[in-house]
Design a binder for this molecule. Structure first.
Ligand code: NAP
Length: 270
C-alpha cells in the first residue's frame, strides 16, 4: 500500500485526504503537515489522520503531495530537500510552479508530477491535469493518477499545456459561478423570488453538466435539441450572439492563460 504525506492541509490538502479516506485508503497510510497546531489537531480529530513535521512525514511516505500556496513554497522546499529519501515521488498541486523548481530542490533524480486540480475537489468532482517532470515515469504518473482519481477525473498533458489547463479548468469553475450568478439576476428581473431563481438555475446547470458528461453528443447538438423554430431559446441565443458572449469567453480564457504564463515567469525569476 502506498503511504502518502500531504504537506499543507488547507482546502486542497484536506479535500485530498478526505477523498482518499472515502476511496478506502486506511488512515494509517496517510499523514499530513500543517503550520498551526490547532488546525492539525482539529483535522486529526475529524479525519483520524495523524499529523507530523516535514521530516517525519517524508520519512514514512512513498509519495509526498505538496499543497501549500506558491508563496510558501521556498522554505518548505528547503526543509523537504534536506530530508527526502531519493526515489520518493513528489506530487505538486501548486498552481504555476514548474516541475524543474521541485527537481532543483530535491535529491538528484527525484520523480516529480505536477498537477493542476480545481475547487470541485471539495465535493469529489475535481478535474485534474497531470504532467510528468524530467524523472517521472509512466508508473509515477499512474500512481499520481490513482491518488487524484480519488477526488475526481484526471487527464495527462505535457507540462507546456499547463497554462492553458489553468485557464480552462483551473479557473473554469469561477466562469460557471459567474454565469449562474448572472442568470439568477435575470430570474429576479423577471419577478421570481431569489431562492426560486437559484433553484431553477443551479439544477439546470447540474442537469446540463450531467448531459454533457454522459452523452456522446457535441454541445452544439444538445443545444440544437432544445432550440425549436421561432421558439424561446433561439430568441435568447440571438441576444447572446449580438452581445458577443462567445467571443468574450474566448478572450477571457486567453487572458487567463496569459496571466498564468506571467505568474509562472515571476515565480521562476524570484
Ligand atoms: N484552491 C484552489 O482552487 C486551487 C486550485 C488549483 C490549485 N491549487 C493549489 O493548491 C495549493 C493549496 O491551495 P489551497 O487553496 O488549499 O491553499 P490553503 O487553503 O491556503 O492551504 C495551504 C495550507 O498549507 C499550510 N502551509 C503553508 N506552509 C506550510 C508549511 N511549510 N508546512 C505545512 N503547512 C504549510 C497553510 O497554513 P496557513 O493557514 O498557516 O497559511 C494552509 O493551511 C496552492 O498551491 C494552490 O495554488 C488550489
Amino acid at each position: 500500500m502506498t503511504r502518502i504525506a500531504v504537506l499543507g492541509a488547507g482546502k486542497i490538502g484536506e479535500s485530498l485526504l478526505s477523498g482518499l479516506l472515502a476511496a478506502g485508503r486506511p488512515a494509517g497510510d496517510l499523514v499530513f503537515t500543517e503550520r498551526h497546531a490547532e488546525r492539525a489537531a482539529e483535522l486529526t480529530a475529524r479525519l483520524g489522520v495523524a499529523s507530523s513535521d516535514v521530516a517525519g512525514a517524508a520519512a514514512k511516505a512513498d509519495v509526498v503531495v505538496i499543497a501549500v500556496k506558491p508563496q510558501d513554497i521556498a522554505p518548505l522546499l528547503a526543509e523537504l530537500g534536506a530530508v527526502l529519501t531519493p526515489g520518493t515521488l513528489v506530487v505538486s498541486v501548486c498552481a504555476g510552479l514548474p516541475t524543474a523548481l521541485f527537481e532543483g530542490a530535491m535529491p538528484a533524480g527525484t520523480p516529480v508530477v505536477r498537477v493542476m486540480p480545481n475547487t470541485p475537489m471539495v465535493v469529489g468532482e475535481a478535474m485534474s491535469a497531470l504532467s510528468a517532470g524530467a524523472h517521472a515515469t509512466a508508473e509515477h504518473l499512474d500512481r499520481a493518477e490513482e491518488i487524484l482519481g480519488a477526488v475526481g477525473r484526471v487527464v495527462r498533458v505535457p507540462e507546456g499545456q499547463q497554462d492553458a489547463v489553468t485557464a480552462l479548468s483551473g479557473s473554469g469553475p469561477a466562469y460557471f459561478f459567474y454565469l449562474v450568478e448572472a442568470m439568477i439576476d435575470a430570474g429576479i428581473l423577471l419577478g421570481l423570488p431569489r431562492t426560486v431563481a437559484a433553484d431553477l438555475i443551479v439544477q439546470s446547470a447540474y442537469g446540463a453538466a450531467c448531459m454533457l458528461r454522459d452523452s456522446a453528443d457535441h454541445p452544439v447538438l444538445l443545444r440544437e435539441a432544445v432550440t425549436s423554430p421561432a421558439g424561446t431559446t433561439i430568441a435568447a441565443i440571438r441576444e447572446l450572439e449580438r452581445h458577443g458572449v462567445r467571443a468574450a469567453l474566448i478572450d477571457a480564457i486567453e487572458a487567463a492563460r496569459d496571466r498564468s504564463v506571467e505568474l509562472g515567469r515571476s515565480v521562476q525569476t524570484r
